[in-house]
Ligand binder design. Structure first.
Ligand SMILES: [Zn+2]
Length: 332
């Protein structure tokens, strides 16, 4: 965690005190959202958030990195109304059950399991073999699921996680491999996305640019905003390509513990990141990548206190949910 508060926006003592009080109150009274939301959720009543609110504690949030579906049970407590990404284990059967249960509240993605399964059985080479029956099935099923609006894209696909995963999970795959182009062209036909877990090596960035340029209708969501990509690297990508977006999971506490990855924390946003987010407000989305109920709840508190509270209200609304609504949710 970065402790140099001079570089943080919003680090005045009074505000932090208030926010800390609010966080404490959250546990006691549910101050983030309407206290009836949990009850309503139990009865299956549609959540009623104040979508037009400029208040960072009242606007709904879309979480674009919720593999384990923490939002279903815990979302109402913290105002996460929509959430999703690929499931870690199991293929279509697994995510479809959740999607059928939650409808528009689940932002479903296919393919994470299939690419990983091939990697574990035959390394990068097998994962990139477009002729693999598993990938052919994935392609065909994804096409009909994109068409019907069940899924918004394919991912999280791990293409470069050399320094950001457990050792047996690490890999670096060339993004100019034909298999990625094939799936990129597929999602482009249905206004869909590929989502990549990709570290910012120069060659990976060049291959990503090549892919983005190859089809301007195809779009890519960078998970974790490029893991440890710098402001400069992301700014270059955003400037060059209108079809790349990123979600902020693992770039803030409690999940992230490495200062070089941190974009914001409970006290505020690092100045250079704040400038980039304000300049490219249409490109950023929220993600949690939580590993437990408590880390999910804590992550959303940090998002509201550290990020949303320190952006222009219209930027905060975009990042909290409007971008997601525009890109993923209002498609159905
Ligand atoms: Zn990831």
């Amino acid at each position: 965690m970065i402790r140099d508060e001079k570089n943080l926006i919003g680090s005045n003592g009074k505000k932090i005190k208030t926010l800390r009080l609010c966080i404490l109150m959250l546990f006691v009274s549910g101050c983030v959202t309407d206290v009836n939301v949990t009850e309503k959720a139990k009865r299956g009543v549609t959540f009623q958030f104040d979508k037009l609110s400029d208040d960072p504690w009242k606007m709904p949030i879309a979480d674009l990195h919720d593999h384990d579906n923490y939002a279903e049970i815990n979302g109402a407590k913290v105002g996460v109304f929509w959430a999703g990404l690929g499931t870690k284990r199991g293929g279509r059967d697994n995510w479809l059950v959740i999607k059928n249960r939650l409808g528009a509240r689940r932002i479903a993605w296919s393919g994470q399991h299939e690419f990983n399964r091939l990697f574990f059985s035959g390394g990068v080479e097998r994962m990139l073999d477009a002729e693999e029956p598993l990938l052919k099935t994935l392609y065909n099923e994804s096409e009909s699921d994109l068409k019907s609006g069940l899924i918004v894209g394919i991912g999280e696909i791990f293409v470069n996680n050399k320094n950001s995963s457990s050792v047996n999970f690490r890999r670096k795959a060339p993004l100019n491999a034909p298999v990625f182009k094939k799936f990129f062209d597929l999602v482009s036909k249905y206004d869909g996305f590929l989502s990549f877990h990709m570290e910012g090596d120069q060659d990976s960035l060049e291959q990503l640019s090549e892919l983005l340029l190859s089809n301007r209708k195809g779009r890519i969501l960078l998970n974790h905003c490029g893991v440890a990509m710098s402001v400069v690297q992301l700014r270059r990508l955003f400037e060059a390509h209108s079809n790349v977006f990123c979600e902020l999971s693992y770039r803030y506490p409690p999940m992230n513990k490495k200062s070089e990855r941190e974009i914001f924390n409970l006290q505020g946003i690092h100045q250079n990141w704040r400038d980039l987010i304000e300049s490219y407000a249409d490109r950023f989305l929220i993600g949690t990548d939580a590993s437990s109920k408590s880390s999910f709840i804590e992550a959303i508190q940090v998002v509201r206190a550290g990020l949303l509270s320190n952006l222009k209200p219209e930027t905060a609304r975009k990042i909290a949910w409007e971008n997601a609504a525009h890109l993923f949710i209002l498609r159905e």
